[in-house]
Design a protein around this ligand. Structure first.
Ligand SMILES: [Zn+2]
Length: 77
């Protein structure tokens, strides 16, 4: 029998039963967005930010480091 206890949440299934379904679905969304590109506030190039630590991001081109959202870079607001 195939293990299917992670249900429909896909990659967020790693969180197990914690956090509840609502947040886990949200995690799936923000992680899909995280794989996309974001514009660096300093060199203005469209890059995939490296996540150095929880909520800390770095531009791979100019090494600009900034604190943003825990899951998705947030800046310029
Ligand atoms: Zn940059």
């Amino acid at each position: 029998m195939r293990w299917s206890h992670t249900k429909v949440v896909g990659p967020a299934g790693r969180f197990g039963a914690r956090y509840g379904m609502g947040l886990r679905k949200k995690v799936v969304q923000v992680e899909a967005k995280q794989r996309g590109r974001h514009r660096c506030p300093r060199c203005k190039s469209l890059v995939r930010f490296r996540r150095i630590a929880f909520g800390i991001w770095a531009c791979p081109k100019c090494d600009y480091v900034f604190a943003g959202g825990a899951f998705v870079p947030i800046y310029g607001r």
